[in-house]
Design a protein around this ligand. Structure first.
Ligand code: NAP
Length: 167
């Protein structure tokens, strides 16, 4: 499986349950990469989506500890075991972990590629992604081309994990 995330200069990913900086082209990049794929999302991040609803054109797999939760248009799982059963037979290249903080940290070791939108700003954050430049298993495979939106520089980067855990 893969991971997709937008981080700031300090690898911050959000504050008070939401993303602090949004770049429209990053949203398009996200849609393009995840279109038709399975996306794995924590319950809190799902609630931050428009209308608190699953994303269209993707198989949404929502992680929660709430055993009674039912969500129209999504598969709900209560544990990693259930998640992996749900992914059985799915092409791992078509599976993306899309957040948030707790789900990123839990599933990062299983991911082969990390699609990281690096946004060169430093807002205050209370949620952080692990700094992949400091993790031994991970290396930068594509530094991307710097782009600009309203004076903010960003780049679509790709990191690779040399020894992802098997599912
Ligand atoms: N920058 C980005 O690309 C990006 C993308 C997505 C999210 N984010 C940021 O991430 C932050 C939210 O992260 P978060 O950690 O608070 O929330 P989260 O990971 O989206 O969701 C947390 C919830 O997931 C469920 N969960 C987590 N681990 C579980 C496990 N092992 N088993 C069963 N259920 C589990 C629990 O749901 P229940 O409480 O229902 O039991 C938990 O409360 C926000 O700031 C958001 O903006 C950033």
């Amino acid at each position: 499986m893969n991971i997709i995330v937008a981080v700031d200069e300090k690898w911050g990913i959000g504050k008070n349950g939401t993303q602090t900086v949004v770049i429209p082209e990053d949203r398009r990049h996200f849609r393009k990469l995840t279109d038709g794929a399975a996306v794995i999302v924590g319950h809190r991040t799902l609630l931050d989506f428009p209308g608190g609803k699953p994303l269209p054109c993707r198989k949404n797999i929502v992680i929660t500890r709430n055993k009674d939760l039912k969500i129209d248009g999504a598969v709900v799982v209560n544990s990693l075991d259930e998640l992996f059963k749900q992914l059985d037979g799915t092409d791992p290249d078509k599976v993306f972990v899309i957040g948030g903080d707790s789900v990123f940290k839990m599933l990062l070791p299983y991911c082969k590629y990390a699609y990281v939108t690096k946004i060169m700003v430093s807002p205050e954050s209370d949620a952080f992604f692990p700094n992949l430049d400091r993790l031994e298993n991970w290396s930068l495979a594509d530094a991307g081309t710097p782009k600009e939106h309203e004076g903010i520089t960003y780049a679509f980067q790709v990191y690779i994990n040399k020894s992802p855990l098997g599912v």
